[in-house]
Design a protein around this ligand. Structure first.
Ligand code: TYD
Length: 405
């Protein structure tokens, strides 16, 4: 039994994936000694309904100078964030001299559009490598963790923020209350805190067990988010569903009474009740589904190899750390994984030590099968690699179940 990081309630474990490496800790060949492992398990808080991990990896071990993930590697995500920025510019940021802050600004993909429009902004990100990339794009960045102290310093220097935005970062932080305290320091009285995160209802529906890994400390739904923000003196005023990352939600939070809540909040809450997102049985089934996927995938990979077929991985995603290490995929089955991120190429995947190669290695020569770890970008990847299928290659996907296309 463990206690909820948010409300102190009882967290009941529903799934465990065993010993796991840090998902974005790619290794230099020949320097694999001392690799860090932790026990990956997730549970449901019986009180506030937040789904959360049971063990925490220290933040400095996950998010540091060399954090390799770059949001801009996906053209569809770059487009998505450009539209997010344009919408802010037309709405929340339309008044005189607005100021916008992004928590986890990565390579500046969203703030670039804000910067180009001449609007005051600041990206906050603990990864110096990502922040440098943002600065090269003309974005003002601060290498830091966003919390009460850094937020107070930002307010002192730049004044209150009309918009605080965060995408795929807020849920990564176990001490999440300190982020909300920071938002409390920095947000203008009529400002909004808007964040996008993978949506628990989609994770359950698509059996996406690999969305559980160290960085995804919390898996949000509307009910658990509402409970969380109310605990820190905010109100959830809007929710939108997003198609990105296999299904996500955008939450809008304001100071109580500052905005009239949109009817969508109540609609989402009703739907989540009917989906059983607060019921342990839903998650026990989710864990059983993960086992079936693991067994089916390993059977398929072993059968294909026994027939002499070649298989290559596509997308050295953080998600794949769970998929690979939980299923037990080795270099015998998948000799390398192709990925477009320069900082991942030439390195070894965490845990399995499968080498990462650039996309050019994919066609030289094409394998018989490609295991798509970046399944959330299936449309973009398959369009880009259409010659692979045209020349007889097949994709292996493993959510919502193992299938070949
Ligand atoms: P992503 O699924 O966005 O996130 P996570 O790491 O959180 O699971 O990661 C996508 C990875 O796939 C990233 O390393 C870049 C890579 N990628 C390609 O190699 N080619 C592509 O066409 C796309 C879209 C992504």
């Amino acid at each position: 039994m463990s206690l909820c990081r948010i409300c102190g309630g009882t967290v009941t474990e529903f799934v465990e994936f065993g010993r796991q490496p840090i998902s974005d800790a790619f290794l230099v060949p020949g320097r694999t000694d001392g690799e860090y492992f932790y026990h990956l398990a997730a549970g449901l808080c019986q009180s506030c309904t937040m789904v959360q991990l049971l063990a925490e990896v220290p933040r400095e071990m996950m998010f540091h100078e060399d954090y390799p993930y770059r949001t801009s590697e996906s053209a569809s995500m770059a487009k998505h964030f450009e539209l997010v920025a344009k919408r802010f510019l037309e709405t929340e940021l339309a008044g005189p001299d607005p100021f916008v802050v992004e928590i986890g600004s990565n390579d500046g993909v969203m703030l670039k559009t804000i910067s180009d429009a001449g609007v005051r902004h600041l990206g906050v990100d603990p990864s110096a490598g990502a922040a440098r990339a943002a600065e090269r794009a003309g974005v003002r960045a601060r290498v830091d963790f966003f919390e009460k102290t850094s937020a107070a310093a930002i307010r002192q220097a730049d004044g209150p923020a009309k918009v605080i935005f965060s995408a795929n970062t807020f849920s990564h932080i176990p001490y999440i209350g300190s982020v909300l305290e920071g938002v409390g320091e920095l947000l203008a009285d009529d400002g909004v805190f808007v964040f996008e995160e993978r949506y628990l209802a989609d994770i359950v529906a698509s059996k996406a067990f690999d969305q559980i890994y160290d960085e995804h400390y919390y898996l949000f739904c509307v009910r658990s988010v509402r409970n969380l923000v109310e605990r820190y003196g905010f109100e959830l005023v809007d929710v939108e569903h997003l198609a990105v990352h296999g299904g996500a939600a955008r939450y809008t939070v304001a100071r109580p009474g500052a905005r009239r809540p949109n009817a969508a909040v109540a609609e989402f809450l009703d739907r989540e009740a009917s989906l059983g997102l607060a019921d342990l049985a839903t998650f026990t089934q989710f864990a059983a589904n993960a086992k079936v996927i693991r067994d089916d995938l390993m059977t398929l990979l072993r059968d294909l190899r026994a027939k002499g077929k070649t298989i290559v991985g596509y997308g050295a995603t953080a998600k794949s750390a769970t998929a690979i290490n939980y299923c037990g995929i080795t270099t015998e089955l998948v000799p390398y994984v192709c990925d477009s991120t320069p900082d991942k190429q030439g390195k070894l995947m965490p845990g399995s030590h499968i080498p990462v190669r650039p996309p050019a290695a994919f066609s030289a020569p094409y394998p018989d099968y490609a295991l798509l770890f970046a399944w959330n970008h299936a449309e973009e990847v398959m369009a880009k690699e259409k010659e692979f299928q045209e020349s007889g290659g097949k994709w292996i996907l493993y959510v919502p179940d193992v299938h070949v296309v």
